[in-house]
Design a protein around this ligand. Structure first.
Ligand SMILES: Cc1ncc(COP(=O)(O)O)c(C=O)c1O
Length: 346
């Protein structure tokens, strides 16, 4: 068993060795005079999202905690992206993989999980995912990865090539190398936890702003300092927003939170497509809307500086939803008002 674990760790490390870092794009936005806005493109990981980093960390964490052997079924509760990335690593190690996900998950993600040999187990709403995954793990004798619990601790927040270290290294030769703000949305809250801890560890004068979509309790729980809040709904912005405060969500390292209307998130990805010719998932729109909100505030205060946010995944996964005008008007409504606001930046 120890030999299998050592070999499994080596395979994951070798995969990392073959990978390149993700790009940090500087967005050319005419009205942003003394504020530079950057977008780190996490869609270019082998499995198409920032969750590739998390899946690698969760597998290493489980392996090094003695939770996996060569026959363990790996189970995860995921709105899709994490499951796609974990299916990739499970296949690499020859382990069966089952994803528990909401029935509304984008078909392309379901197809990608199948491509890596994983199975999908559907639930009606996001709130059922955790208990169903726990039950499946008990029935099969498998291991529940539990990203919502372990995301914040599986990644080394002090560095070791985490996303925060990568951002600050890539910013080194920019006019404002230490960002005024980092902007990130929360699904597990793991990425924002890593960013917030790293900022403190290195003593940077950077604010961490977390943006939250509709149908999520993170924002209210942050404002009210109450972790017990729950909601009976699912977020329409895939990957982010949760009906309960997940264990990985670390409000104490967050400086500010902004609530972003779903129509604004969707408008922002269409606007980004016009600006740089790339389609992104809707959580990137949430991030961008928040980043522009901060930029506006900086301009009003005559401040200069940089803001960094993330492109979490590619919009190619969502052609049937966020890039389908009929779906948008039925599920979210009119986004024109928000597009008009965004167009004023150009
Ligand atoms: C597309 C997308 N964006 C953003 C996030 C949020 O990341 P985190 O779980 O680190 O909070 C996720 C998480 O699943 C995601 O899938």
């Amino acid at each position: 068993m120890r030999r299998w674990v050592a070999e499994a760790v080596r395979k994951i490390e070798a995969d990392y060795q073959r990978s390149a870092d993700t790009h940090l794009f500087k967005l050319a936005i005419p009205r942003l005079k003394n504020v530079d806005l950057y977008l780190k493109d996490e869609s270019t990981h082998p499995t198409g999202s920032l969750k590739h980093r998390l899946a690698r960390s969760l597998f290493l964490y489980a392996l090094c905690n003695g939770k996996l052997d060569e026959a363990t079924t790996v189970i995860e509760a995921s709105s899709g992206s994490t499951a796609v990335s974990e299916a990739y690593f499970a296949k690499m190690l020859g382990l069966p993989f089952v994803a528990v996900m909401p029935r509304s998950t984008a078909q392309s993600k379901i197809d990608e999980i199948a491509l890596y040999g994983g199975q999908c187990h559907f639930v009606e709403s996001a709130i059922q995912m955790h208990d169903t995954a726990t039950g499946l793990a008990q029935e099969t004798g498998g291991y529940f990865m539990d990203q919502f619990k372990y995301a914040e601790r599986a990644t080394d927040w002090r560095g070791n090539n985490n996303i925060a270290e990568s951002v600050f290294l890539q910013m080194q030769q920019e006019p404002h190398p230490v960002p005024h703000a980092l902007v990130m949305s929360a699904g597990t809250g793991g990425t924002s936890a890593t960013l917030g801890r790293y900022i403190r560890y290195k003593g940077y004068d950077t604010r961490l702003t977390v943006v939250d979509p509709e149908n999520s309790v993170f924002y209210d729980s942050f404002v009210q300092k109450d972790r017990t809040l729950t909601a009976d709904c699912s977020s329409r912005i895939e990957g982010i927003g949760r009906p309960r405060v997940e264990k990985s969500f670390q409000p104490d390292v967050i400086d500010d939170m902004i609530k972003v209307p779903d129509a604004a998130s969707i408008a922002a990805i269409h606007w980004l497509n016009k600006l740089i010719g790339r389609k992104a998932g809707a959580s990137t729109g949430t991030n961008l809307w928040g980043a522009l909100h901060i930029a506006e505030d900086m301009i009003n205060k005559s401040q200069s500086g940089s803001i960094v946010t993330l492109m979490c995944d590619s919009g190619e996964r969502y052609l049937e939803t966020y890039y389908n005008p009929e779906w948008v008007s039925t599920a979210v409504g009119d986004v024109q008002e928000h597009l008009d606001v965004l167009d004023r930046w150009l």
